[in-house]
Write a protein that binds this ligand. Structure first.
Ligand code: NAP
Length: 301
């Protein structure tokens, strides 16, 4: 019997594992893909207190090693559901059988939101990407576009502008969610062009992306841009349907949980981007991990 099972090895989950181990609890992390979560694909992190600058990969690896060194175990399996038993213990169903524990922390983060336009799926991997850090190197000295106006889009555009000949930033409004400081830094780059109040309305090319059609939302004017790569960075969405029978979700699918990381089911806690919250940042994910783990440790007794 594990004390605490943590679902998800992103910043929230790994932070929870560190706190659970330091509280003397047996902690098992179940991860469907690979450790690190969303931050592993971020080129540079410059707003984690105490660390001036670090790559997302190094940050995630450091966190993973810290949790592993403290004795947290990790298994790469997909969780398909959670059952709360009559004695208060939990059964976690996975694609590789069941795991038993006293308390569960759901820290599943969020996944990339697709644009939802025709041929998006077909051209993913052939010019359409959701990860500038992973795929950016394929576009050295080429023209690319980034779609979105949040921190991810602005940081991705900054990263790509270091080696692509031209970077278009296409955003549906003329104001940004991204930090002002980052937007100003990007505006100063000569090979970056902002196309605002605009949406990507078509993907062009046969087997490979060769361009996009962009439509100005205010004027209706359409134009075609010749590009080799389109990086879609229009936010995330949660992936919590497997837990809908054990915890309440809001209308967007986020687990309802406040700063105390409690859900409506005793012994089931939630941490990080998968829960309802106002600020989704590395710092708040790490903080949630600590709060959820200490609450879960208290539940275990
Ligand atoms: P985000 O902040 O939710 O921004 C998504 C952007 O995509 C917004 O500009 C939004 O436009 C646009 N958008 C949404 N749906 C769209 C659609 N269907 N078509 C076109 N545009 C669409 O997402 P994010 O940038 O991925 O960031 C997620 C969270 O992680 C945020 O809290 C962010 O601050 C954080 N983050 C932090 C860092 C960092 O601090 N270093 C780095 C990356 C991410 P509107 O503005 O018009 O809604």
């Amino acid at each position: 019997m594990n004390d605490i099972i943590i679902i998800g090895a992103g910043t929230a989950g790994l932070s929870a594992a560190i706190y659970a181990r330091r509280a003397g609890k047996k902690a098992l992390i179940l991860e469907a893909l690979s450790y690190g979560g969303q931050i592993i694909n971020t080129p540079e992190v410059e707003n984690y207190p105490g660390i001036k600058n670090i790559s997302g990969f190094d940050f995630a690896t450091g966190l993973y090693e810290q949790a592993a060194d403290l004795g947290a175990e990790i298994e790469y399996v997909r969780v398909t559901g959670i059952e709360s038993n009559a004695d208060g213990s939990k059964t976690v169903h996975t694609t590789d059988g069941d795991r038993e524990c006293k308390a569960v922390i759901i820290a599943t983060g969020a996944k990339n939101r697709p644009l939802g336009i025709e041929r998006e799926e077909e051209l993913t991997g052939s010019g359409v990407s959701y990860c500038a850090t992973c795929d950016g190197a394929f576009y050295k000295k080429k023209s690319v576009a980034v779609n979105g106006g949040g921190n991810t889009a602005i940081e991705d555009a900054g990263f790509l502008s270091n080696f692509c000949s031209k970077v278009y930033v296409i955003h549906r409004r003329d104001e940004f969610r991204a930090d002002v400081h980052e937007v100003e830094k990007l505006k100063a780059k000569e090979n970056v062009e902002f196309i605002l109040d605009s949406e990507v309305t078509a993907l062009l090319g046969d087997d490979e992306l060769t361009g996009i059609e962009v439509t100005n939302k205010k004027t209706g004017e359409k134009k075609e841009l010749e590009i080799s790569g389109l990086f879609i960075a229009i936010g995330q969405m949660p992936d919590n349907t497997a837990f809908a029978s054990v915890v309440d979700l809001d209308e967007k699918g986020y687990i309802i949980g406040k700063e105390d990381c409690l859900t409506n089911t005793p012994g089931v806690f939630t941490a990080g981007d998968c829960r309802t919250k106002a600020v989704r940042q590395l710092t708040t994910a790490a903080a949630d991990g600590a709060v959820a783990a200490l609450a879960a440790a208290a539940y275990c007794g």
